[in-house]
Design a protein around this ligand. Sequence first.
Ligand SMILES: C=C(C)C(=O)SCCNC(=O)CCNC(=O)[C@H](O)C(C)(C)COP(=O)(O)OP(=O)(O)OC[C@H]1O[C@@H](n2cnc3c(N)ncnc32)[C@H](O)[C@@H]1OP(=O)(O)O
Length: 294
Amino acid sequence: MLRQAARKLAPSLSRRPSRPLLAVSHLSTSSPARGEYEFIISEKRGEGGCVGLVTLNRRKALNALCDGLMSELREALATFDSDPGVGAMVLTGSEKAFAAGADIAEMQPLTFQSCYSQQFLGNWDAISRITKPVIAAVNGYALGGGCEVAMVCDIIYAGEKAQFGQPEIALGTLPGGGGHSETHQSHREEPRHGDDRHRREDVGSRGTLARTNQQGLPTESLVDEAIQLGERISGFSKIAVAMCKEAVNAAEQLPLNEGLKYEKKLFYSSFATDDRREGMTAFLEKRTPQWADC
Ligand SMILES: C=C(C)C(=O)SCCNC(=O)CCNC(=O)[C@H](O)C(C)(C)COP(=O)(O)OP(=O)(O)OC[C@H]1O[C@@H](n2cnc3c(N)ncnc32)[C@H](O)[C@@H]1OP(=O)(O)O
């Protein structure tokens, strides 16, 4: 799972657009539009409010993901997803904890019957259905469900003191929100050497970036850096960004040949959009494209 974090960290740092299409301010501007929530803070940040920032705000419990928090998170992300002025989202927590996992006090009295009949954790995957890019800015603990929520995001910006882990086994249970599958997926992306020892090592452990010889981003500037990335993404055609996200997600879920075919179809589809014509025309006319987002 650390590789997953690394994989998501690396592209975010290396695949920055070579020709920024929107001027990026280094100081993120804050809009007063704040959603009224109990467990999260939802606000628009960045140039013109183009980045939706969701901050998990249950500090006393290290942002443990209680049912109320997860409902609010789903609602806030869905609201930004349907907001035409927002091009990307950033999800963060506090400096001490992104999220320390599902709420253990809430889980403790559950039975098999209640988990099964109420489909416990069943709607956590709603986050994966968001069509715009979601950047996780992770400081501190990202454990259990917190690690899974970070992994379901498209990009992880990890702070220097970020700690990722799936410690569920110490509670007598196991990851149930995608921890095995996401970790497995990240290993599939490595050369296919068939060695799953690292995956097994990850179970029950907590890892820092130092363990993977990677340096995290400075804690204090992490969220601003993530917002700046969100601004850069928001400067592209929203329909093209959504297609990219769909292609990446398909590539993760399909066998290589099917993923390549799917990507090609999406590529062809982009020729049906106004923005594809505008992007290429603007390049040839040496001007900044005016996206219509269609
Ligand atoms: C999807 C699934 C199944 C899951 O996510 S299972 C949960 C996986 N996560 C975990 O096991 C991590 C549990 N937490 C911890 O191990 C420790 O809190 C950490 C993260 C190492 C931090 O340790 P400390 O800095 O000593 O802080 P600590 O005093 O334990 O926690 C502060 C408060 O947050 C609470 N808290 C921390 N993690 C919590 C969680 N996952 N659920 C509910 N409360 C939690 C903790 O009970 C304490 O509350 P209080 O002050 O009322 O006693």
